[in-house]
Design a protein around this ligand. Structure first.
Ligand code: SF4
Length: 320
């Protein structure tokens, strides 16, 4: 059963210019994206910077309003909810940031920071809150006596554990994790990813996991959606994506990241060289045609829809 359903999500940011500051265009950050995440599942969103993956995260969290489309959380349509009406639903969808330190008040002890949502949502106060926070500290691998320490006294990995404890405090169904390990050393990354996997198995959490790093995606995701310029170009289970990528962009990303043969890596890497075109002025037809080695004249005019080419394997390419 899905806990998060996103349908035809669009987020355009207006561009204003001229003396009268009229709208002269729009940055098409997210351009018609659909996906679902089941209880206990991790969907990875991967792509180069500027592809719209973080905007999707912020939009499903309702930190920014979608331009159009539909977001259904646990069977309830939250798309048009204003902040007051959204408040009770916020418990069900929480987030983990890349840099938890930036969102932590340096003057508050860690126990108070982790326990904040328990008070904000009227779940527990005083002694009961402290007991719950102590259990959360233990659950994420921190000693309960660390509740008295301040954020600057923790390492990067420990701060990310604090961020996870805070997100868990309100028993969410879905966690949006935006590059949560990219600032950590590789060995610490693995520990934090393994903690997230353990928590998922124990609590049935669903993760929308956003990262540019394919190795991280391979570690944690069940299914992966590859994004290019605001659109999903390929979506399938992890094993199929790594063994049988069908979109030329996915093929190039994988070859650049994982090819054991450096000559092959160099050849494939050439495909993704060059800048990503601006989402304010994306190429016509298939957005990828300006960098695709297989592009035909048709690719410049026809926008390929995301089609299911085999069970569970969706690709947006005219050649597939
Ligand atoms: Fe390349 Fe054409 Fe497929 Fe786009 S539709 S990925 S340009 S072959």
């Amino acid at each position: 059963m899905s806990v998060l359903d996103v349908t035809d999500l669009v987020k355009h940011f207006p561009i204003h210019g001229g003396l009268l500051q009229r709208q002269t265009g729009a940055v098409r950050a997210v351009d018609g994206v659909s996906f679902s995440i089941a209880k206990g599942e991790t969907l990875g969103l991967v792509g180069e910077s500027g592809c719209g993956k973080s905007t999707i995260g912020k939009t499903v969290l309702k930190l920014i309003e979608p331009t159009s489309g539909k977001i259904v959380l646990g069977g309830e349509d939250i798309t048009a909810l204003k902040p007051a009406a959204m408040w009770p639903h916020r418990k069900r969808i929480q987030t983990i940031f890349q840099d938890p330190y930036s969102s932590m008040n340096p003057r508050l002890p860690a126990g108070t920071i982790v326990g904040e949502p328990l008070e904000n949502f009227d779940i527990a106060r005083g002694k009961e809150r402290d007991e719950r926070v102590a259990k959360l500290f233990e659950r994420v691998g921190l000693r309960p006596d660390a509740m008295r320490k301040y954020a600057h006294e923790f390492s990067g990995g420990q701060r990310q554990r604090l961020g996870i404890a805070k997100a868990l405090s309100v028993s969410p169904d879905v966690i949006v994790a935006d590059e949560p390990v990219s600032a950590l050393d590789v060995s610490v990354q693995a520990q934090v990813l393994n903690l997230l996997i353990d928590l998922q198995e124990e609590l049935g959490l669903a993760y929308l996991f956003i990262s540019h790093d394919l190795a991280v995606m391979r570690h944690i995701s069940h299914r992966i959606a590859v994004m290019y310029l605001g659109r999903i170009v390929e979506l399938t289970d992890k094993r199929t994506l790594f063994s049988t990528p069908l979109h030329p962009y996915t093929e190039a990303l994988l070859a650049a990241a994982t090819a054991p043969d450096p000559r092959r890596a160099r050849r494939k890497k050439a495909i993704v060289q060059g800048d990503v075109p601006s989402p304010a002025n994306p190429p016509s037809g298939c957005h990828f045609h300006t960098r695709c080695p297989y592009a035909t004249a048709e690719c410049k005019v026809v926008s390929p829809p995301l089609r299911e080419v085999s069970p569970g394997h969706h690709v947006a390419c005219l050649l597939r």
